[in-house]
Design a protein around this ligand. Sequence first.
Ligand code: TXA
Ligand code: MG
Length: 306
Amino acid sequence: MDLSSYINIIKNSGVVAFPTETVYGLGASAWDAVAVKKIFEIKGRPPDNPLIVHISSKEQATDFASYIPPSAQLLMDTFWPGPLSIILPKKSKVLDLITAGLATVALRMPDHPVALSFISQAGPLAAPSANRSGRPSPTKAAHVKADFGDDFPVVESEAARVGLESTVVDLSGDVPVILRPGSISRRQLEQCLQTSVEEFYADQNEKPRSPGQKYSHYKPEARVRWLDDNEPTSDSSTLYVLVSRQAAGPNILAYENDLKRMAAELYDRFRQADIEGFKTVAIESFSDKADDIAAALYNRISKAVQ
Ligand code: TXA
Ligand code: MG
């Protein structure tokens, strides 16, 4: 199918998966309640978990946000298009289905030529990651098909470049707060805004400010655990993911401190581990401050380990 067929599906209240630089999204027209409802049904997504609205220009933000503070403008000018979702107070016409009844809306302009072309023609798209709830986010078109079937409409493109979901930053309050770490780091946001940025990743004991944080994500069927220091990499039913340690073997992946590449491949490795029948994925730990993607990568692995 060509892009115009997918645009037609969106215009007829359908749902289409599309590529972005982070992970594939499951898109529906942001102004179409019938279509947005289908996203929740297809994904099996709890209705209290809001969706990000994907736009193709900064100007479109004003259709959804009731107020764009100077800090938001600065972040948009610096990081858009890119893997940063910005939470702002919403206009009343924004569908409650998208925001799960919250007074805010999350907006993102993806850094992907196909996504931008698709959105500019189909209109703004409400889109979560295009995985079945509870499965790792899809970084390849094949992952979407594995979750939703071979006939599911997917605008195909290459493997996602970043591989982890966008940084979610809440600018609706007095201080900027990161609700989900992503490849755009706290350091980068603070440097841009020239102010301190807080982090609030809810664990199970707290009331989550970003509802998605309370749901378990990113898990393969195999058990994911941290590798112990000095633990041998000799069990054939375990897939070993090494950061700085060096070893070779059919079930050993050594990333030589390249956390960016590890992030890009993580969800595909999780899915592949299941396909190849590994019982365990053991991952060497690392500092979550090692580089800009480290906090996000550490966060996603920690969630899979829980
Ligand atoms: O990179 C990404 O962000 C990908 C691609 C497709 O753009 N999308 C994605 O969407 O990861 P999803 O639905 O899987 O995650 C969206 C996260 C959830 O944790 C949700 O709770 C949070 O953003 N979120 C959305 N709107 C929010 C709001 N108004 N207030 C707080 N959190 C919000
Ligand atoms: Mg998701």
